[in-house]
Design a binder for this molecule. Structure first.
Ligand code: NDP
Length: 245
């Protein structure tokens, strides 16, 4: 299998895209650590599923807004599994609100998880990643195309990841580490359920005309994590059903 002997850490791996990614990387052969913030039971379910695949798994409570906690999660992963090869920056919070109604407290709360938390966990992980290492950050289709009002804070937070990805690709490339983004389109999760009040509009904005599944996003992550993705870096892989078309 493509990830035999590798160790992955997926932030926000208890539900949605993160859970699907943790499972997919385990199916491809990796041992997987995942973080969560509130849902210990859901995290434990993902761990059980990974163990049933014959892989090692570890759930770590670590709020991405807490830089010390996410750094400790990296160290706990390495202590448990002895190495770290793949970091998936998935944990994120959504936000919809008009620009003038968005408070500075909202800005701090969203950036703490979607930007500062990614910086902190990636910094801690970079100390352990070696040749063949991977950093994959889950962005959003709104980085390419904002379909309507109310997205300023969220789009800003995800666009910041594009800058980080390109700059880090330059910095870590000489060490044989790739750094990429995956931009999901509307994807059926608790954050954005396919039967939610705005779902029909979001589906209609894609070229394919439907929501994506977490597993469809996970397969893009799996490709970038695999040896087949070794020459792809500073890239963005959109899994958005053509939302940006
Ligand atoms: P969900 O809300 O369904 O799941 C979020 C996951 O992240 C959960 O595992 C949750 O843990 C964890 N999490 C949330 N906040 C924190 C935090 N502060 N620290 C650590 N973990 C946290 O989200 P999705 O699966 O939909 O989204 C995953 C990523 O994909 C996000 O970055 C999101 O912005 C992005 N995205 C999603 C889209 C969609 O349509 N769904 C579209 C484009 C991008 P817990 O279970 O403990 O709460």
């Amino acid at each position: 299998m493509t990830l035999d002997g590798k160790v992955a850490l997926v932030t926000g791996g208890s539900r949605g895209i993160g859970a699907a990614t943790a499972l997919r990387l385990a199916e491809d052969g990796a041992d997987v650590a995942l973080t969560y913030v509130n849902n210990a039971a859901r995290a434990a379910e993902v761990v059980d599923k990974i163990k049933n695949l014959g892989r090692r798994a570890l759930a770590i409570q670590a709020d991405s807004a807490d830089a010390a906690a996410v750094s400790a999660a990296v160290e706990a992963t390495v202590a448990e599994f002895g190495r770290l090869d793949v970091l998936v920056n998935n944990a994120g919070v959504g936000f919809v609100g008009g620009f003038t109604e968005t408070s500075i407290e909202d800005v701090d709360r969203v950036l703490a998880v979607n930007v500062r938390g990614v910086f902190a966990v990636t910094k801690a992980a970079a100390a352990h990643l070696g040749e063949g290492g991977r950093v994959i950050t889950i962005g959003s289709c709104v980085t390419d195309r904002v379909p309507g009002p109310g997205m300023a804070l969220y789009a800003m937070s995800k666009a910041a990841m594009a800058g980080l990805t390109k700059a880090l690709a330059r910095e870590l490339g000489p060490r044989g580490i790739t750094v990429n983004m995956v931009h999901p389109g509307p994807t059926d999760t608790d954050m954005n359920p396919a039967d939610g009040p705005y779902a029909a509009d979001q589906a209609a904005m894609t070229a394919i005309g439907r929501y994506g599944t977490p597993a469809e996003v996970a397969s893009a992550v799996a490709y970038l994590a695999s040896p087949a993705g070794a020459y792809v870096t500073a890239a963005t892989l959109s899994v958005d059903g053509g939302h940006a078309a």
